[in-house]
Design a protein around this ligand. Sequence first.
Ligand code: SF4
Length: 235
Amino acid sequence: MADDTKHPSRRARCANCSATLKVCRSEKGTGPAYCPTLRWTDVLAKVRSIYRDPAIRRFARMASLQEAECYVGRGETKPYVLHPVKPRVLEVCEFAEKMGYKKLGVAFCSGLAREAEMLVKILEHRGFEVVSVVCKVGGVPKETLGLKEDEKICPGEFESMCNPIGQAMVLNEEGTDFNVLVGLCVGHDSLFLKHAGAPCTVLVVKDRVTGHNPAAVLYTSGSYYQRLLKTGGKP
Ligand code: SF4
């Protein structure tokens, strides 16, 4: 058990980790005072027992196999110089095949309809049966959620609400084995993930400004997006 009397807060802060040889990556490694590997041993011991569940173990094992297979030349040189070769869309196909999934769901944002169409083509070409559902499914007016005219994107016009629970329920009824998210909005994706019956993965995360590459803002947060660190992004 971690010692909570010495450290009343066990808040993990891996993102701030200062260890050179990290205990989570090396048996000889160490960790700082806020290291969850060292301080959440009770919780992490319980987690190990979760992985003993055969279905979870298989899922996690296939994910790790897929992870390794994304690199070429493994084991040929030491130290290994990372050489990844598989884009995420291929990773999704190969993982689904490893798991024996036949029927895939694609939950997409109407703003990424072209991307969804291309993805479905690729998945079908790969031999999957594909069910796709757009975020606006049901055509439910935003007023249903209590939105006022000035809270719409285009005030004064009819706007369907994004309906991630509808997307999830249609895919649940269709009995998809695995769902792929394409560009669902922040929060809508949360609702989809909460209500989907099958395991899900994300192919595309929506970022309206960066061509769906939110990491671009992180990379430039020391320069063109420094306002995020100085004013919290506010004007
Ligand atoms: S688990 Fe510990 S060693 Fe690993 S990154 Fe987190 S704080 Fe650092």
